[in-house]
Design a protein around this ligand. Structure first.
Ligand code: F6P
Length: 357
């Protein structure tokens, strides 16, 4: 008999349900008797003992369902050691609930912050297996996270739609793509959608180079220019500032996000009309794409296998198309960023895409 706690933490994404289903199906097919404790709304459920007992049937019919049947929330890692407003020690509370329910392990699905807390729980002696979810694809130790490909599809479709309008109107269009502090989503959706300019956090931009690229297109007879701008894109000047100086500068920033700032500068320097589109949370929504359904199911199956063998303390990820287990201590606290010298960036440049650098 295995008693398993399961939770989804941080921003949701596609294929969370598919991954959980993969774990549960694998355990059920092994004829192992299991009790599943589904903690609600991420670590919050584990801290405050909010859970639902789940059976295999709860995981039926959810392969294609977006969101998470367990709910999610953000529990910032930097506050995890701080007592809550009622003085509850969050880490102690999680440990107590784990032991009270006599759990064999926790299955934790999440991104960067989630993995830091998962590793902390491991250090505190709990058995943990994690699965890498996030549309940002910024988790270290895995070539890909689930949710990413589905988000690429949505962001690409947004750029595709903008393309038709851009060609009718002959304006400059900016599509702002999610991804937090990394540019994987923007780079991939930008290339897939045929963006002319791609601005990434990892390659600080020079607005004059951006304008140069737009003018070049106009001179060659193009009626429009499309920019895919990562929400974390940063100018060369701002990238030189210290964290404190940047924070101070942002206090007086009149723009709702980086795209609006880039748009204002382009409009001023070129005189061309600029429009901004922000698909925002639509990128995390809807049904997972087929790639993510397969990928998350594979991860879930391998996680189930680890649990059956009693191997804990790992994230299940993918390397060179094979599913692998990566020690949690190696994953926690590291970001996987786009390397500005990566071949994909060089190839994009060969295609004539400007990165504003
Ligand atoms: O980490 C996923 C993500 O969608 C990021 O791309 C984005 O910066 C962030 O979450 C948005 O967070 P929230 O849903 O809390 O606004």
């Amino acid at each position: 008999m295995k008693r398993i706690g399961m939770l989804t933490s941080g921003g949701d994404c596609q294929a969370l349900n598919a991954a959980m289903r993969g774990v549960v199906k694998t355990l059920a097919n092994a004829d192992e008797e299991v009790e599943i404790y589904g903690f609600l709304d991420g670590y919050r459920g584990l801290i405050y003992g909010n859970f639902r007992m789940l059976s295999s049937s709860d995981f039926s019919g959810i392969l294609t369902k977006g969101g998470t049947i367990l709910g999610s929330s953000r529990t910032p890692f930097k506050l995890i050691r701080e007592p809550d407003e009622n003085g509850v020690d969050k880490v102690e509370a999680m440990k107590q609930n784990y032991h009270k329910l006599k759990l064999d392990c926790l299955v934790i699905l999440g991104g960067n912050g989630t993995h830091k807390t998962a590793n902390l729980l491991r250090e505190e002696g709990l058995n943990v297996v994690t699965l890498p979810k996030t549309i940002d694809n910024d988790l270290w130790g895995t070539d890909m996270t689930f949710g990413f490909q589905s988000a690429v599809d949505i962001a690409t479709e947004c750029i595709d739609c903008i393309h038709t309008t851009a060609s009718s109107h002959g304006r400059v269009f900016i599509v702002e793509v999610m991804g937090h502090k990394v540019g994987w989503l923007t780079l991939n959706a930008g290339m897939a959608g045929g963006a002319d300019i791609i601005l990434l956090p990892e390659i600080p931009y020079d607005i004059n180079k951006v304008v140069e690229a737009i003018k070049k297109r106009t001179e060659r007879g193009s009626r429009f220019t499309i920019l895919a701008v990562a929400e974390g894109a940063i100018s060369k000047e701002d990238a030189k500032l210290s964290k404190k100086e940047y924070k101070e500068k942002m206090k007086n920033n009149p723009y709702p996000s980086v795209s609006y700032e880039v748009a204002a500068k382009i409009q001023k320097l070129t005189g061309q009309e600029v429009r901004v589109t922000v698909p925002g949370h639509t990128q995390r929504g809807g049904s997972p794409c087929p790639y993510d359904r397969v990928f998350a199911s594979r991860l879930g199956a391998e996680a189930g296998k680890l649990i059956l063998k009693g191997e804990y303390g790992f994230m299940v990820g993918i390397k060179n198309r094979e599913i692998v287990k990566v020690p949690l201590e190696d994953v926690a606290g590291k970001l996987k960023m786009v390397d500005p010298d990566a071949t994909i960036v060089k190839e994009a440049k060969l295609l004539g895409i400007s990165f504003g650098d």
